[in-house]
Design a protein around this ligand. Structure first.
Ligand code: PLP
Length: 382
């Protein structure tokens, strides 16, 4: 892979050199006053990005650890949990809850669709659940689930709501406090455009109270919220060593997000996503989900008959210097995934469409040359 390759996978995403330079700064002592200042600033910025006054906890680890820590603080063995799953990462959420000893019911939604809210409400009325969990954007499908509406249903039924925003936060609106997301987790490597290595989990006051009142200790010692709360208040105290240079990266990454402005950033993601989907459709490609439920952070498109996944992606990378992702689970080899989040710009998306055109042509697919790039350009300049 060339250092100039453009990573258009759904995470990790292209990292701004400013973030990489921040990481290269000398490693401070993890309990020093100088590091505590950076850590506190990062927490304040994360609070703005999560739109919460609750607790925000960055930990060394990936999104998967975030899911474990999120559940592990509010769920005890035997607790009833409802997991809404319409893809690979919804299934993973259910597996994590099962692994913690919860009694899990899975509400399955076909890949590419969103849950019917009336059916979710019936399910919540049928059993007294402690927690309902969902994925905002499932990275295997590119579907954006109705997080705000699900949160409202959970609140109405007095059930805690836990949301995976690994593939949305920083690129699409997530209003932790206003929507009532009791526990929310994300990863550093997607729309926040920081290298992989950090997970961030928020807990609102209700989730904190539930975690305080639990009868058993959380199975994760490292991820135990009560051990971290004193450190979040005073980062010169020690519980476990902070990933100092990754925190520098997150600090810089948050500054970039807030300097752009959250609403402007969401608008940029929306425009680029619309242009990309329009371009793919103009080439005659079929997308996994309808525009009305499509996320602004990634898109999944089916291959036309005869196009081979490995050869297509090899051509994308070797001939055009653009890395896109294959599919997972039942869609493996049938579709490909393109991430368009974080620092993505108009040139990136046009270059990606041009590379898709070139690589599909090479695989023998026939369509009007330039159809995708020209349709996308109209959206971007319209
Ligand atoms: N949840 C979603 C929606 C994801 O996209 C991912 C990773 O792609 C994860 C969870 C797991 O995150 P990680 O791979 O950082 O452990």
């Amino acid at each position: 892979m060339s250092e100039r390759d453009l990573i258009m996978i759904p995470g990790p995403t292209n990292v701004d050199p400013k973030v990489l330079r921040a990481m290269a700064r000398p490693t401070l002592a993890h309990t020093s006053g100088a590091f505590a200042t950076i850590f506190k600033e990062t927490l304040a910025d994360l609070g703005q990005i999560f739109k919460t006054n609750g607790v925000v906890l960055p930990l060394a680890g990936t999104g998967t650890l975030g899911g474990e820590v999120a559940f592990s603080n509010i769920v005890e063995p035997g607790d009833r949990v409802l997991v809404i799953s319409g893809g690979f990462f919804g299934d993973r959420l259910a597996e994590i809850a099962v692994n913690l000893g919860a009694a899990v019911d899975k509400f399955d939604v076909p890949w590419g669709a969103t849950p019917k809210l009336g059916d979710v409400e019936k399910k919540l009325s049928s059993t007294k659940y402690k927690v309902m969990a969902a994925v905002h954007v499932d990275t295997s499908t590119g579907v954006a689930n109705p997080a705000k509406e699900l949160a409202a249903l959970a609140r109405e039924k007095d059930v805690l709501f836990l949301l995976d925003t690994v593939c949305s936060l920083g690129g699409m609106d997530v209003q932790v406090d206003d929507w009532g997301i009791n526990v929310c987790f994300t990863g550093s490597q997607k729309a926040l455009a920081v290298p992989p290595g950090l997970t961030i989990i928020s807990f609102d006051s209700r989730a904190q109270k539930v975690s305080e009142q639990r009868k058993t200790s959380p199975s994760s010692y490292y991820g135990d919220l009560k051990r971290w709360l004193p450190i979040l208040t005073d980062p010169t105290k020690y519980f476990a060593t902070h990933p100092v240079n990754m925190v520098y990266a997150l600090h810089e990454g948050c500054r970039i997000v807030l300097a752009e402005g959250l609403e402007a950033r969401f608008g940029r993601h929306a425009t680029i996503a619309t242009a990309f989907r329009t371009g793919l459709k103009a080439m005659g490609l079929r997308l996994l989900c309808e525009d009305a439920v499509a996320s602004n952070t990634l898109t999944v498109a089916y291959y036309p008959p005869g196009v081979r996944d490995a050869e297509f992606r090899k051509s994308m990378q070797e001939e055009f210097g653009i890395v896109v992702a294959g599919e997972l689970g039942p869609l493996k080899d049938k579709a490909f995934r393109v991430g368009h989040m974080g620092n993505v710009n108009r040139s990136d998306i046009l270059a990606t469409l041009a590379a898709i055109e070139g690589s599909l042509s090479k695989e023998g697919y026939k369509f009007p040359p330039g159809a995708g790039t020209s349709a996308a350009t109209k959206v971007l300049t319209g």
